[in-house]
Structures are given as C-alpha cells and as structure tokens.
Design a protein around this ligand. Structure first.
Ligand code: CUA
Length: 155
C-alpha cells in the first residue's frame, strides 16, 4: 500500500501527540503518585454516626507532624466546622458524605474534592497564607445547597 509522504508525516505526528498526552497523565501518576482525590476507601454511609473516624470528624495531628482532617458532609453542613489547621504544614483532608453528593472546595486554593456517600475522598494541601477561608459546597445537593458553607481557619 502506498502512503503519501505527507500523510505518513501526519500519522507519525498524530501518534506522537497521543503518546505525549498519555505520558502527561501517566508519568506524574507514577512518579509523584498524583491521582484524583475520589474513591480512596469505601465505608457504609448509613453507619457514619458509629464510624470511628467520621462520627465526630476533626483535626488530628499524627506523630510525624502531619495533620489529618476528617470531614463528613451532610445536608447542609460540614462536620466539623470551623476547621482549624496550621499554615505551612501538609494537611490531609479525608472527606465523605452521610447522604447525597456534596462538594468540598476551599475557596481561593486548589483544595477541591467531591464528598460522595460510601466513599472517602482524600487530598493533601499545604496552606501558605494564614487566614479565614470559605469552604463551599459546589455540588447542588438540595434546597439549601446555597447555605452549605464552612470555615477553614489557617493560623
Ligand atoms: Cu452540599 Cu451543595
């Protein structure tokens, strides 16, 4: 089969682009363990009130100095609220929902995840600037979705 030179050049160029785009996803995933924050764990959303981690939620400092914040979203609040964390320390948020799908976005930062019943979303963020941040639910979750706001205090 005869393929014109220009067509061959474009075929190789298109293939190179596909390889480049796949590499842009797979290399950071493999090298830096970057992945979407959703679905790191499963749990029973109907038993969240008895769950050892999410029943009360809260800010826990581990022995290595890292901070873990466990957040349960439900109509129409985040628990705990407010959340107080130190600046310039890696903060790992673990987020789940007791009822429907909510959003968890620390406004003005790149901390952003879904709160999905039955699953834990996890992300680690470092806040360089102390202050009060708004935590917004960015997923329509019911009549009072617009009232679902939390506070993050970085000190
Ligand atoms: Cu919760 Cu919108």
């Amino acid at each position: 089969m005869n393929i014109d030179l220009y067509e061959r050049i474009w075929m190789w160029a298109a293939s190179a682009l596909v390889v480049m785009f796949l590499a842009a996803i797979l290399v950071p995933a493999a090298v830096q363990a970057i992945h979407p924050p959703s679905h790191v764990e499963t749990l029973d959303p109907t038993k969240l009130a008895e769950h050892p981690e999410f029943a009360t939620g809260g800010v826990n400092t581990r022995s290595d100095g890292s901070v873990v914040v466990s957040v349960a979203a439900s109509m129409f609040a985040f628990t705990p609220n407010p959340i107080e964390v130190p600046a310039n320390a890696p903060i790992t948020f673990r987020i789940t929902s007791a009822d429907v799908i909510h959003g968890f976005q620390v406004v003005g930062t790149n901390a952003n995840a879904m709160a999905i019943p039955g699953y834990v979303s996890q992300m680690t963020v470092t806040f360089a600037t102390p202050g009060r941040y708004i935590i917004a639910c960015h997923e329509y979750c019911g009549l009072f979705h617009h009232e679902m706001v939390g506070t993050l205090i970085v000190r």
